[in-house]
Ligand binder design. Structure first.
Ligand code: KG4
Ligand code: ZN
Length: 347
């Protein structure tokens, strides 16, 4: 049993600076006390994607004001913090170094441990911040801008990859298709909005690897197929045609994600599915997963909508769950490294 511990978490792996404070007390579920987030999306939009150097510089600008905001929301001071957690990877090296550098320095100044966290573990455990937290074991569908994986999760730290993408991630498929449709970065939510008015059957698009018999994914071909259709509909298609193509693209991605999730559930015999990562915010994906899982008696858990994309709360929460289990491998020598590439099954 742990006594009350306050964990300050930092996320800076890509284009969001997130800071949060989570309390963990004995075996009770950890509690999110405060959080603050700054999204760089509007800054990167002019370039059509994330510019790593600009991302790092903006994290530098935002991280301390956000930390002050979190402490002020919580009514606490820095010396109330018992542990500092930070995203060690995967992500952009320069961006990760900002969060890691600040977290480790802060921990050294406060003489408390600094705990590195795997970004995807943060996503995976983010539904524990929801009003309806899951129970272990479960199948996790992790769908973000950089990753698409199905995993068997037996407990914190026990992650077996059942299948993953062999090329683009689902978020990338959304973003690249959206870009072809002239939508701003990151295109996923824009494409989803446009798809609301479209006919998902208007365009015939491929469902790559749908019948591979394995819970693996490939989305690169879909982007090429969307490009072919964009060329066909010409330079100035009407809004309805664009909406139809958006809806057809979304339908193709969602169908693959749903079918492969069902396959992973069947393969493992598990009756619980956790969906995490930015694409987990997609309403069509939620609707179709809910329908398919209800039919099979499978329970589905999602993070709160606002916690689907990158945030500090999921990093502090992952650290809290590790602390609770006596699994927190904190470094106290003041040294740190970041891991831009880091396999979750190696955690
Ligand atoms: O998890 P996340 O914030 O960042 C990574 O760790 O990659 O995920 C961002 C991804 C982007 O590709 C974005 O377009 C996608 O999640 N996304 C969505 C939606 N909201 C965010 N894709 C489809 N529909 C959405 N509603
Ligand atoms: Zn992420």
């Amino acid at each position: 049993m742990t006594a009350l511990q306050r964990i300050l978490g930092f996320e800076s792996s890509c284009d969001e600076t997130g800071v949060a404070l989570v309390e963990v007390d004995g075996r009770r579920p950890p509690r999110l006390v405060a959080q603050a987030l700054h999204s760089q999306i509007s800054m990167h939009q002019a370039y059509g994607g994330v510019v790593p150097e600009l991302a790092s510089r903006d994290h530098v600008r935002r991280v301390l004001p956000l930390t002050r905001e979190v402490l002020s929301q919580a009514g606490l001071a820095l010396h109330d913090v018992d542990l500092v957690a930070y995203t060690q990877g995967p992500g952009l090296a320069g961006a990760l170094l900002v969060g890691a550098g600040v977290a480790v320095s802060l921990a050294a100044a406060l003489d408390v441990p600094a705990l590195p966290v795997h970004h995807l573990e943060g996503h995976l455990l983010s539904p524990f911040l929801s009003a309806d937290p899951p129970e272990f074991p479960f199948v996790a569908l992790l769908v973000s801008g950089g990753h698409t994986q199905l995993m068997r999760v037996d407990d914190v730290g026990s992650y077996e990859i059942l299948g993953e993408t062999i090329d683009d991630a689902a978020g990338e498929a959304f973003d690249k298709s959206a870009k072809l449709l002239g939508l701003p970065y990151p295109g996923g939510p824009h494409l989803a909005r446009m798809a609301e008015f479209g006919n998902p059957e208007a365009f015939e698009l491929p469902r790559p690897l749908l019948h591979s018999g394995k819970p693996d994914f490939s989305f690169a071909g879909l982007k090429t197929a969307v490009l072919t259709q964009v060329k066909k509909i010409g330079d100035s298609p009407c809004e309805q045609t664009k909406a139809d193509l958006a809806a057809s693209t979304q339908a193709a991605i969602v169908e693959v994600l749903v079918k492969k999730s069902l396959m992973a559930l069947k393969e493992t015999g598990l009756m619980r599915l956790v969906v995490a990562g930015g694409v987990g915010a997609n309403a069509k994906l939620r609707e179709q997963l809910n329908a398919a899982c209800t039919k099979r008696g499978v329970r589905v858990h999602y993070p709160e909508l606002s916690l689907c994309t990158d945030n500090g709360a999921m990093i502090a929460m992952a650290a809290a769950l590790r602390v609770q289990r006596g699994m927190a491998q904190a470094r106290q020598d003041g040294g740190f490294e970041v891991r831009p590439r880091w396999d979750l099954s190696a955690v």
